[in-house]
Design a protein around this ligand. Structure first.
Ligand SMILES: Cc1ncc(COP(=O)(O)O)c(C=O)c1O
Length: 377
């Protein structure tokens, strides 16, 4: 694909076949784009599951202080941050692998355990990065059918279907708990039943990007299961409840032998100096994170009640977003943009007719509900 201004670039024909078939990840639209295109101001972005409370004040302070040192490379082994994370999870520091966001860790896992002749298993409406990293690594996608629309966790992970999709070529099983974009989640019992059916030579990725928000005794901390399931990699992020999405810090907790393999393909300085300092300082103020979670969970309840009052159907969510079904979703999405509210269509996730909305501050959620009421009238 080239026009008269760009030369024919023949080498593109030789890009690896899987890559040529990929569609790039579509992020939520940035505020500046909507300002330019729609001529609106006072925009709120409820499109990328960021924390409306932002980072802990101490994390900001640490990030600012770290700017003084950015002429230097960061600590490539992130000693202090790894120590702090290891202490948090009750493991040794060798269990921790840091990523430029947890997406980076997902990519490392795919590069180590996937490739031509292998496949990755995940549920149909699972996080969009799983197929991207799988195909980019040259492996096949094996999608498992989701829970039915009228199930307890509609469109969520059907653990039996996932177990049945696994074969001897399965390198990785990706499980998001809770899942994005459905917000659905799996109990410890359901997960164990699935894990017990996964062969030990297949890697289990338990993606806990939204774990902090789940308020239910049946929800497990996967990082406490590593002794029973040595093939388990748990991924976490500072992008959601910890409010550091823009700095890109994520990590995995897994057996040191696996971490050693991940480290062989990791870029030497994949987590920058400012990000390391901010993430470390944010761990010292877990109370800020807990406030963000408490606010999210009470606002999520109010938002759902408001959606229900508008006669809208939404998926039960344990995370910081809600997937809501609206009539003529492209029109509603556009109308919300004109009203200065950015949400996320999820057609690309196989959920046409749904919009994913991030839970914002109380005034954001009220503005969203009022705009929806007007649009739907
Ligand atoms: C389920 C899930 N996993 C992982 C990520 C990656 O987040 P990050 O790369 O910011 O850590 C996201 C981000 O939206 C997500 O929804």
């Amino acid at each position: 694909m080239h026009d008269k201004h760009s030369p024919a670039v023949d080498c593109c024909e030789r890009a690896m076949p899987g890559i040529r078939g990929l569609a790039p990840y579509e992020p939520g639209r940035p505020i500046s784009d909507i300002e330019r295109e729609y001529g609106v101001s006072n925009i709120i972005k409820l499109a990328s599951n960021e924390s409306p409370l932002g980072p802990a004040p101490g994390a900001l302070e640490a990030a600012r202080a770290a700017l003084d040192d950015i002429a230097m490379y960061p600590d490539g082994n992130a000693f202090a941050l790894k120590q702090a994370l290891a202490a948090r999870h009750g493991v040794d520091a060798e269990y921790i692998t840091l990523g430029n966001g947890s997406n980076d860790v997902l990519d490392l896992i795919a590069r180590v355990f996937l490739g031509p002749g292998r496949n990755a298993v995940f549920s149909r409406h699972a996080f969009a990065v799983y197929p991207l990293v799988t195909v980019a690594a040259g492996a096949q996608v094996r999608e498992a059918a989701p829970v039915a629309a009228d199930g307890d966790m509609p469109y969520g992970h059907d653990t039996r279907a996932m177990a049945e999709a696994i074969d001897d070529k399965t390198g990785v099983v990706f499980i998001a708990n809770p899942n994005n974009p459905t917000g659905t989640w799996l109990t410890a019992d359901a997960l164990r039943e699935l894990f017990d059916r996964i062969p030990r030579h297949t890697v289990i990725v338990l993606d806990e990007a939204y774990c902090e928000y789940v308020d239910d005794a049946r929800y497990p901390d996967g990082s406490s299961w590593l002794a029973q399931y040595p093939n388990l990699i748990v991924t976490r992020t500072f992008s959601k409840a910890w409010g550091l999405a823009g700095l890109r810090v994520g990590y995995s907790v897994c057996a040191p032998q696996i971490a050693d393999l991940l480290n062989r393909v990791r870029q030497p300085f994949n987590v920058n100096l400012v990000a390391q300092a901010a993430a470390l300082a944010s761990l010292d103020d877990a109370a800020h994170m807990r406030r963000a979670v408490a606010l999210n969970n009470s606002e999520r309840e109010k938002l759902c009640a408001g959606l229900h009052a508008l006669g809208l159907h939404y998926l039960p969510s344990a995370a910081n977003f809600v997937c809501v079904q609206v009539p003529d979703s492209p029109r509603v999405y556009e109308a919300l943009l004109h009203a200065g509210i950015i949400v996320r269509p999820v057609d690309g996730y196989g959920l046409p007719g749904f919009l994913r909305v991030t839970v914002g501050l109380p005034e954001h959620n009220q503005r969203l509900l009022a705009a929806l009421e007007k649009v739907l009238a």
